[in-house]
Design a protein around this ligand. Structure first.
Ligand SMILES: Nc1ncnc2c1ncn2[C@@H]1O[C@H](COP(=O)(O)OP(=O)(O)O)[C@@H](O)[C@H]1O
Ligand SMILES: [Mg+2]
Length: 255
């Protein structure tokens, strides 16, 4: 089975700063794959390359074995079945929950007028399916707590029903109960057969919800482990550099 998403030898520079260097990662359908690493390790850059926000300077991104190296826009990534929840969430505070969830794909009557009833009905359905409570879908997002906003941002991505879901720090700044709610959503996405890629600082969360974890350090892949085959100490060692990186596979050695 081809991985739903494969990064092979991906490198990225910002001017003279090397943000990523030969990053490799395979994520499969029905798998939750965590990307972990210290601040500046390159996690968000990796997500943005997959999402088509940044272009890799080298290497390739493959979806179902098909090359996506020429992805140069978020629209192309969407067309390939990729949905993203960014670290900063990108919600519009003055718009309500339903409207935020429909952004980028607003239902219209006669192709012009916003179909508010349909928009609200669809939002309520998605939230019900996710078994989450964030209140009335007409509530402006600006009035929600951090956890409720996170749920709305995740629900927006879920609404698009794409096979590959990327979530950058989905539990940052969330309380215990809100974190558990996001964890439940992630478990359900896995059960529905999605390839779910999460970036997280929270190793407890990673060990409870991910199947495998890829560690980045200073823009390089240290290695990938099944959570059942590794422990927190090992992963912390990979993050800090106490544990050396795995040898680079032959086909990925820089020429
Ligand atoms: N748009 C940008 N311009 C310049 N440098 C950037 C940009 N985005 C990220 N970087 C740099 O790339 C490196 C990786 O950043 P990032 O992917 O945000 O790390 P992480 O998400 O793991 O904290 C850092 O050194 C960061 O300063
Ligand atoms: Mg980041």
């Amino acid at each position: 089975m081809a991985p739903a998403l494969r990064l092979r030898g991906v490198s990225k520079y910002f001017g003279s700063v090397s943000a990523l260097s030969n990053v490799n990662l395979d994520a499969y359908a029905g798998e939750v794959h965590a990307i972990v690493g210290d601040n500046g390790a390159g996690k968000s850059t990796t997500i943005k390359i997959i999402a088509g926000i940044h272009r890799p300077d080298d290497g390739e991104v493959l979806v179902n074995g098909e090359e996506l190296a020429h992805v140069n826009s978020a629209a192309t990534a969407r067309k390939h079945g990729i949905a993203v929840v960014y670290q900063d969430l990108a919600l519009v505070e003055c718009l309500d929950i339903a409207h935020n969830m429909a952004l980028g794909n607003l239902p219209r009557k006669f192709g012009i007028v916003l179909d508010r009833r349909r928009m609200e009905r669809e939002a309520a359905e998605v939230l019900r399916d996710l078994k989450v409570r964030v209140g009335n879908v007409r509530t402006p997002v600006g009035l929600l707590s951090g956890g409720q906003r996170q749920v709305v941002a995740v629900a927006r991505a879920v609404r698009t029903d794409r096979p590959i879901m990327l979530l950058d720090e989905p539990t940052a700044a969330l309380g215990v109960q809100e974190t558990a709610q996001v964890g439940d959503i992630i478990d359900r996405l896995r059960a529905s057969g999605k390839a779910v890629i999460i970036v997280s600082h929270d190793l407890d969360f990673v060990f409870s919800h991910a199947d495998r974890v890829t560690v980045l350090r200073l823009g390089r892949t240290v290695g990938t482990r099944a959570v059942t085959d590794t422990g927190r100490e090992q992963v912390v060692g990979m993050i800090t550099g106490a544990v050396p990186a795995d040898p680079t596979p032959d086909h990925e050695v820089a020429s």
